[in-house]
Design a protein around this ligand. Structure first.
Ligand code: FAD
Length: 379
């Protein structure tokens, strides 16, 4: 078989790249997925879409992505449960609260609508939050959330309708490079000749890097999440805290999704869930959101954050292997920036360079010996 572009991975990032490529008229696209659509991190994520970041890169990528989320229904014909209910970020730490003031200044310079709230203002606007210990909060009304499965399927479906071909249960085993140029890929179903290969393999990004001799500085870490039985809709924003280490949102059908980070996790793919997570979450969240006390947890699962050294995505075209792109290391926020990253990569392939959003600072080269700016706003 033969195609121009092979995308490895049918998660939100691969789906977005395929959507934008086919939208721009490049239909010679194969999406190769070793499992099924949304089986990776995307189908396990919380679906939060936030533009409040500490680095300009992430603010810009997220703001551009919001433009695409707003028109996703129109673009794909699917309702992906996108809701701009805002994001409320709570700080429990004086030093962090000072950083928030700096972040808000930069975010406003980027044109983002965002405000600083006192604990009293938080209580008045969001009475179901226990504000004990809160030093300060920020709120952006155009942040929000969507159903990650639906968004992933929406982009895949529209790509296929536009001419791309999706191959599930098709695992890329090796990449054929000769004279420093991509020639094709070997899969469990045979050889596919191609000119361009894109590593959109999420938690497995490092393995795909190794196939062309590129050592990607990415590592995957387990993150767990739980979901409660539903209540009537009452919580519009997604509410998170870096110093408090939690996030929570209410889905359209009423369930609450919530999670936290665990600094004791070791790198690797580990899909087991733990009682420790369950107990910590239940105790912490029922103190912060007292109405949760009478709700039952119905399910718990785990997925991966594919982390980069500075918690910012690694996006670019290889300097050493012609035709090899990477869009990896999304560090827990790949769902929300996927629309803009996909757009940038598709423009790169079709026009020779990204036009709508500048991703030059996200290349792998930034890690070569220089100091790099770490994104701090990560749970
Ligand atoms: P994936 O969705 O993992 O897709 C990669 C695909 O590549 C997989 O389907 C895999 O099977 C396939 N693949 C791998 N190797 C091969 C191979 N050799 N051949 C063929 N196919 C292959 N992000 C947000 O923006 N907002 C959130 O609120 C949020 N919450 C999160 C909560 C949790 C608990 C977790 C775990 C993550 C969260 N994230 C969130 C992060 C988000 O899930 C990821 O950044 C995003 O889904 C990455 O998308 P992806 O397409 O790169 O990876």
């Amino acid at each position: 078989m033969k195609t121009k572009v092979v995308i490895i991975g049918a998660g939100m990032v691969g789906a977005s790249i395929a959507f934008h490529l086919t939208r721009l008229g490049e239909k010679d696209v194969f999406i190769l997925e070793k499992s099924y659509v949304s089986s990776g991190s995307t189908g396990r994520c919380a679906g939060g879409i936030r533009q409040q970041w500490s680095t300009r890169n992430n603010v810009r990528l997220a703001m551009r992505s919001v433009e695409w989320f707003k028109r996703m229904k129109e673009d794909t014909g699917m309702d992906v449960e996108y809701k701009q209910g805002g994001y409320l970020i709570l700080s429990f730490d004086e030093e962090e609260a000072e950083e928030f003031a700096e972040n808000v200044k930069m975010q406003k310079e980027e044109g983002l609508e965002v405000e600083v709230l006192t604990p009293k203002q938080v209580k008045r606007r969001f009475p179901y939050v226990n504000v004990e210990g809160v030093k300060l909060a920020t709120f952006c009304p155009t942040d929000g959330h969507a159903n990650p499965h639906l968004a992933n399927f929406a982009y895949i479906r529209r790509s296929v309708e536009n001419g791309a071909r999706l191959f599930t249960k098709t695992e890329v085993k090796e990449i054929d490079v000769s004279n420093g140029t991509v020639k094709g890929v070997w899969t469990n179903a045979g050889y596919i000749e191609c000119e361009v290969v894109i590593n959109a393999a999420g938690p497995w990004s490092k393995d795909i890097g190794e196939m062309v001799g590129i050592d990607l500085p990415t590592e995957s870490y387990r993150h767990q999440i739980l979901v409660t039985e539903p209540l009537e809709n009452m919580m519009d924003p997604m509410i998170i805290s870096f110093s408090g280490n939690f996030y929570i949102r209410q889905t359209r059908h009423g369930s609450f999704l919530m999670g936290q980070g665990d600094k004791d996790e070791r790198p690797g793919i580990n899909r087991k869930v733990t009682a420790k997570f369950l107990l910590e979450m239940v105790n912490k969240m029922s103190r912060r959101f007292p109405f949760l006390r009478n709700l039952r947890v119905i399910r718990q699962w785990s997925g991966e954050y594919n982390m980069s050294p500075d918690a910012q995505p690694i996006v670019g075209l290889s300097e050493n292997v012609l035709g090899y792109f990477y869009a990896v290391g999304f560090s827990g926020h790949g769902f929300m920036v996927a629309p803009a990253v996909g757009e940038a990569i598709a423009e790169w392939i079709v026009f020779g360079k990204p036009k709508s959003v500048d991703v030059s600072q996200l290349s792998l080269e930034r890690f070569k010996g220089k100091e790099f700016l770490k994104e701090r706003s990560v749970v």
